[in-house]
Design a protein around this ligand. Sequence first.
Ligand SMILES: Nc1ncnc2c1ncn2[C@@H]1O[C@H](COP(=O)(O)OP(=O)(O)OP(=O)(O)O)[C@@H](O)[C@H]1O
Length: 674
Amino acid sequence: MTLNMPFHSEPHRTLYLSFQNITVLHNDRKILDNVSGAACPGEILAVMGPSGSGKTTLLDSLSCQRKMGTVGRICVNGEPLSKKWRRKICYVLQDEIFFPSLTLRETVTYAALLRLPEKMPKIEKIAVVDSIIESLELTSCQHTKFGDYMNRGLSGGEKRRANIACELLTNPLLMLLDEPTSGLDSHAAISLMKILKRYAIQEQKTVVITVHQPSSEMFRMFDKLLLLYNGCTAYFGGVNNICEYFQDIGVVIKPHYNPAEFVLEQIKSNPDTREKLFVAAKESYSNFLNQNCLGTNGIIEANEIERFCSKAMASNEEKHQDNVLINHIIHNYYNDVHMSGNRLGSESKESRLNFNLESCQRSCEEATQQLCPSELQSDTSTLPIDNPDWLDYPTQFHTQFRVLSNRNFKEAKARMLSKLNWFQTIGLSLMTGAIWYDIPRTEEYLHDLQGWMFFSQTYWMLFALFGALNSFPSEREVINKERRSGSYRLSAYYLAKMFGELPLVVTLPTVYLLISYSLLGCSSLKLFLLMLVFLLLNTVVAQSVGFFIGACCMDMNVSITLSALYTLATQLFGGFLSTRIPEFLSWIRYTSMIHYAYQNMQILEFREGAPIVCKQPSSYEACANSDTIPYEDILRSQNYTTPLWLNTLVLVSFLVLFRGLGYTVLRYFRCPRT
Ligand SMILES: Nc1ncnc2c1ncn2[C@@H]1O[C@H](COP(=O)(O)OP(=O)(O)OP(=O)(O)O)[C@@H](O)[C@H]1O
């Protein structure tokens, strides 16, 4: 089975990764200590080690997600790892971060629509989705939702493969996978590894995975192994000759033993072996380079080096300077062959070459210097960009907006219009309708009527604010993951979130008003529509505040506390609960959205609705000359003097302000590292 990817039409690119002396410090503790290694196109480099040995930290460093306290050199194709290259690297995390209410197929399709090039027709994008789903053996579960701890969905292995499917869409040159097989049964783990191996070979991709304790079968699929223990390198090199390597340093792997398990066991339990391995591994990086130049024992088959070098060269026909190391090795190889031509005996004719070890080692070291010219820490330079498209987003703003609006709508629908929310809304509407049923429009019941208005505004403020707050932490994870991979612009996501969720935000308040206000005694359709507009405006403002607080606070407890404080203050200063607010605190009401929304509702109800009949004796002066109370007098008695348009303008300003602040926080303060 082949991955029917559309990228074959592009000039084939490959990526050679090398990293040298990666050291990661955290509070003076060395999490990684001078770790070096390399990975070639078409190969799998396995990073193995006991729990806590630094495997994930190494992948974090290689993907540039961990810069603080990290030193060392990371190079790709001879260039320091720059932003240009980062777009060509995918990092599949151990955790699967997805929207639980979307199906696997929907998730991969949205990823394809966002991450495949704009110019590719939709039908071709869907074909890629089909191909990837089939290749990863996900066809049978493609219509299953991801699910969460409440509603079970895809299995762990299926989620793991779905994660990989989304990353494959971008046609990365380097795949970093953090424990892709953990939690899978041996069959599923082997099957996943086979898929990765096939992908690496067929597409000439470079794959780096971390793994705990692979089975013998899985171990044989790796090409190179980097063994870590307590952040130190215990082994780096090929997998094929690992038994001989350990034998040479006095660690004999018993026959029929899984080498991976045996070595890990020895490292953990035997301090002497550990020391031996650390000492031997100090030279492993240069050994590795030597082996690539010379082969084992300094002898190399000519066709071997041809194969090794041609892999990168053939794929970079247009830019053969891409792979500095390979070029350098070839150059030195032929120089050496030429220079030592006299020394080459009949073996050279048989394509068997034995050349100067020191010379090659020197050349490899030089190549490595060339390969990694700058320190990771100072890697802020912008290198010449051969193809500026790499820095652009794959799709245009309008496509991102359209796809994300659609996805937001689908994702939020299950959450916002859940059965529980419908039940709550209809139940509450009926309850308020029963309490305020056909309320007499007289001065005696004026306070009751105002109570309904205040309650309605407050309830929908709380509903929208806490709803937005609740959904945000999980959503933030997803958008951070997608932004890290450069899928879309934050502005497109932000606008799409506003517009995509709008029909959902307004549905339940509309149903509430329809039931509750009708039971209460709404006098005209015009009044109903006007009341609805202002209830919805308040709801959308509250959602913006919830979104802003959610974006600011990483800790859910803090965001709940802040939201509770804000909403309580908003209610206290809203004008219904107390009209005797001390002068020095009265300015706070101007920050209360309820203050404006509640005022607007009263203006509409008392101006447009049936008039309020005076009681006898009345507390309103106007009742001396009239049977009904003018709406201005009702508002003035509560010290409300601002007109409808001004209240509306303030609410719209709140909306713009909190949306803007939310965007700014996400853009500048909660920006995922790329
Ligand atoms: N941000 C951090 N703060 C403190 N300690 C950290 C941090 N990141 C990693 N560590 C520590 O560094 C060590 C290596 O962690 P890492 O997650 O890289 O290990 P690992 O080999 O991937 O482990 P596992 O196989 O259990 O996932 C651990 O002891 C961990 O506690």
